[in-house]
Each structure stands twice: as structure tokens, then as C-alpha cells.
Design a protein around this ligand. Structure first.
Ligand code: GDP
Length: 440
């Protein structure tokens, strides 16, 4: 996410991060580089200029040059300003009505239908809601089919009326259906066009006026940079929407839209889409995003994801096995499954401070676990529970069965051994021992 921008900001702030002397001149130079990095990321010129002016003002107000750690203070000021620009606090969505009605708006291809599904899934699994999806694209039958496919995937009912060409009537019928059938959230997916046009704007404005939703969300493809910001402005002028959804942040996005949109329409980014799958949705936290952009990682989100996937019973089982020296490859495999559920490896790596930069250029893909899984699947149950039984002939057989090499198997055995030792140490009240080992 935002690799290019992160890289450039890192370079810009490099001098200040070091311990060299900091002068008024290199602060000015640095801010010039920061501004250039923002412009390259497709941030609006005026916003980039205001951004660096504000940081400069703050820096002077806080006497950066005479502070104890001027470099770090500057980085902090840039981070704070970036956070402010993206919206300060995270803002949730309004779910006050019975049912609460959420209207989706945006151009065709922005990811509206996908996001409607993701939001329904999020509200169902994380917020204990009972959502209904309503298909209001009366121009493209395929769009209605797509919403039904999405609904089936996540187990959420979809309301549609294929013969009907009046989106207002369909929305109203959908809401009435929800009321009659105990749905407490209604998500209305509407038709989009490839570009802003009068007819589409009139249509969405008419639906908006008729159903008076609790929440109107504008969905936009982050890859479109400045265009995303301009489209947001057009939709906001008509709808005065409540929040922005930025999709496709998993791609090679430059970051301009994420950084500029809030200050142009004065509406918060509420969620981001980070993939095509139904669980690729994240609440947007400006401060965490600023930290990620500045290569500081996002440990809070990482821990949250780990907690979400944490299975207490499984953990207890594994703890017992470790205590009895019975931790085997089956357990290793189940640990891998849990990590995989946390998200794509690349995404997870980006949340570890400094890791994004260190691993830059490396091709981390989710196939990284594939070989390990293949090796373990080629083992007999006995071999899995007693890794020491793996002699040369068994290794040869496993290599053949899994399409890997003996070298890879040896490497896995070594990793497994290290992991078992580490776990044993943590068990024996050895947290301290481990810290010592790591040189802390
Ligand atoms: P709509 O026309 O606005 O309803 O857009 P769709 O929901 O059909 O999405 C258009 C395309 O973008 C589809 O191929 C989606 O799979 C893809 N898409 C949507 N959201 C994301 C996302 O967050 N990341 C990625 N990589 N693709 C997405």
C-alpha cells in the first residue's frame, strides 16, 4: 500500500532521521522533498503546499532545532499533520434507524457492489446485524446477478425485482420487505455510470430524497487519484454524503486520493477495500494509515487481526502439547492456517514497523506457505507427530510426494525445531529468558 509514497517520504526525512546536524536549511529542503513526494502521489497541489506550510509552522512553534531529538520531532509533526489531513479520528457509520438504511453511490466499476457485500458481511459477522441487500441497478441485469452471487457467498439475502425499472420503487419495496421480515440494516446498491453524468446524478438524488437514508456512502476507486477527488466533489454537491469508501487500496495505489479527499469534501473516509474477497474490508483509521505511509507499521491493527483469529481452545491445546513435548507438524499446520486467516502476507508485513522497507522488492506471495503445507501433507501421521523419525529415506519419499527438495525439508525441520524451542522457553516462564537471548 502506497509503497512509492512511503519510499519517497522516507528518503525525504532521511537526513532528519539521522543524527547529523539539523539546520533551518535542511528542514526547508526536507519539506520541499516532502511536498514533491506528495505531488508525485497525486495529491492536489494546493493541499500539498498547505501541508508543508503547516508542518513548517508547527516546527517553528515547537522550536524543532533546539529540541532534544529534532529529527524525531519533525517526523512526528509530519505524521500528525498527515493524520489530521486524512480525518483525525476514525468515524463509524450511523446505524440508528429501524431498519437503518445505507445508500451506496459511486461510478460504475468503483467497487460498489463488492463493497455492499463486504459491508453486509462485516455488519453480520462483527456487529451482529441482520442485513438485507437491495439491487437497484435497473440498467444492467448482470449487476443484479452479481449482487446475488455476493449475497450467496456471505449468506445474506438479496432483494431484487427484475421487471421493475424504477429504482425508487425498488428501494422502497426493499425497505418495506426488510421491515416486514426483521432485517435491521438495508444496504442499497445503485447503478453507476462510467463518468459523472446528469441522468445518473438525478437518479441517485431522487432515490436519496425519497428514502432519506441514515447513511449515504460514496464509493471510489483509490487508483484513480485526482479523478477520485473530483468525482467525490460532484457526488457530494448533489448528495451531501456522509462518508467515503476507498476501494482497491491493495493495488499499486499512489495515495493521492486517500490523502486529499477529506480536505476537499470535508467528509471522512470510513472504510477501505483491500482486495476482491468479502473479508477484504478495514475500518479507516487516519493515524494508523499515516504511520503505515511513514513506514512505521501498524502494530495496533496487526494485534487486532491476531486477536480476531485467536482461538482460545486451540491455544490451550497447543500449550498442553508443548508442555508435554508433543508439539508436532499437525499443530504447525494449524498455526499456519490461523496466520493465513489474518490476511495476505504482504498486507501483514506492511503492518510490522520497518518490515515494509526491509522486504521491499521481495516477492512475498501467499504461496510462501504452499511448499510447507505440501511437505506436511506428504508425511504420515506418525511422522507428523514425531518429527525426529524423519530419516533420509523418509525425506526422499516426502520430497517426491510434495514436489519439493530434501533441502527444503531440512530447512523446514530446522525452522520447526527453532519454533518448538522458542515455544518451550516462553512456556517455562521464559519470556525474560527469550528477551535476554534476543539481546534485550
Ligand atoms: P461496481 O460497478 O461499482 O459495482 O463495481 P464492482 O463491485 O463490480 O467492482 C469492480 C471490480 O473491482 C471488480 O472486478 C471487483 O472485484 C474489483 N474490486 C472491488 N473492490 C476491490 C478492492 O478493494 N480491491 C481490488 N483489488 N479489487 C476490487
Amino acid at each position: 500500500m502506497f509503497d512509492n509514497l512511503s519510499d519517497k517520504l522516507d528518503k525525504a526525512l532521511h537526513v532528519l532521521k539521522g543524527h547529523g546536524q539539523i539546520t533551518e536549511i535542511n528542514v526547508a529542503e526536507t519539506l520541499k522533498e516532502v511536498r514533491r513526494a506528495l505531488l508525485d502521489a497525486d495529491v492536489n497541489f494546493k493541499i500539498a503546499k498547505e501541508f508543508t506550510n503547516k508542518v513548517k509552522e508547527e516546527a517553528m512553534g515547537q522550536n524543532v532545532l533546539t529540541s532534544l531529538q529534532p529529527g524525531q520531532l519533525m517526523v512526528k509533526l509530519v505524521k500528525d499533520e498527515l493524520t489530521e489531513l486524512m480525518g483525525g479520528e476514525a468515524e463509524g457509520i450511523n446505524l440508528s434507524g429501524t431498519p437503518s438504511v445505507i445508500l451506496m453511490s459511486g461510478l460504475q466499476g468503483s467497487g460498489k457492489t463488492t463493497f455492499s457485500g463486504k459491508l453486509a458481511n462485516y455488519l453480520k459477522t462483527k456487529k451482529n446485524k441482520n442485513p438485507l441487500l437491495v439491487a437497484c441497478d435497473v440498467y444492467r441485469p448482470a449487476a443484479i446477478d452479481q449482487l446475488h452471487v455476493v449475497g450467496d457467498q456471505i449468506g445474506v439475502e438479496v432483494f431484487s425485482d427484475r421487471g421493475n425499472t424504477d429504482p425508487v420503487a425498488i428501494s422502497e419495496a426493499g425497505i418495506a420487505y426488510a421491515k416486514a421480515n426483521g432485517f435491521n440494516v438495508v444496504i442499497i446498491d445503485t447503478a453507476g455510470r462510467l463518468a459523472v453524468d446528469k441522468q445518473m446524478m438525478n437518479e441517485i438524488a431522487t432515490i436519496h430524497k425519497a428514502i432519506q437514508p441514515q447513511e449515504t456512502l460514496f464509493v471510489v476507486d483509490a487508483m484513480t487519484g485526482q479523478d477520485a477527488v473530483n468525482t467525490a466533489k460532484s457526488f457530494n454537491d448533489i448528495l451531501n454524503f456522509d462518508g467515503v469508501i476507498l476501494t482497491k487500496l491493495d493495488g499499486d495505489t499512489r495515495g493521492g486520493a486517500a490523502i486529499s479527499i477529506k480536505s476537499v469534501v470535508n467528509k471522512p473516509i470510513k472504510f477501505i477495500g483491500t482486495g476482491e474477497k468479502m473479508d477484504a474490508i478495514d475500518v479507516f483509521y487516519p493515524a494508523r494509515m499515516a504511520e503505515r505511509i511513514l513506514g512505521m507499521g501498524d502494530v495496533v491493527s496487526l494485534v487486532e487481526r491476531a486477536q480476531e483469529q485467536f482461538d482460545e481452545e486451540e491455544a490451550r491445546k497447543i500449550q498442553k502439547k508443548i508442555a508435554k513435548n508433543k508439539f508436532g507438524f499437525d499443530d504447525f499446520l494449524s498455526q499456519i492456517q490461523q496466520i493465513k486467516k489474518m490476511g495476505s502476507l504482504k498486507d501483514l508485513m506492511g503492518m510490522i514497523p520497518g518490515a515494509g522497507k526491509a522486504l521491499k522488492g521481495l516477492d512475498i506471495d501467499d504461496d510462501a506457505f504452499k511448499h510447507i503445507e505440501a511437505i506436511i501433507h506428504s508425511m504420515t501421521p506418525e511422522e507428523r507427530s514425531t518429527p525426529t523419525s524423519l530419516n533420509a529415506s523418509r525425506k526422499k519419499r516426502i520430497a517426491k510426494g510434495s514436489g519439493t527438495s530434501i533441502q527444503e525439508i531440512n530447512q523446514l525441520l530446522k525452522q520447526f525445531d527453532q519454533m518448538s524451542k522458542m515455544m518451550k522457553m516462553m512456556q517455562g516462564g521464559g519470556g525474560k529468558k527469550m528477551m535476554q537471548m534476543m539481546g534485550a
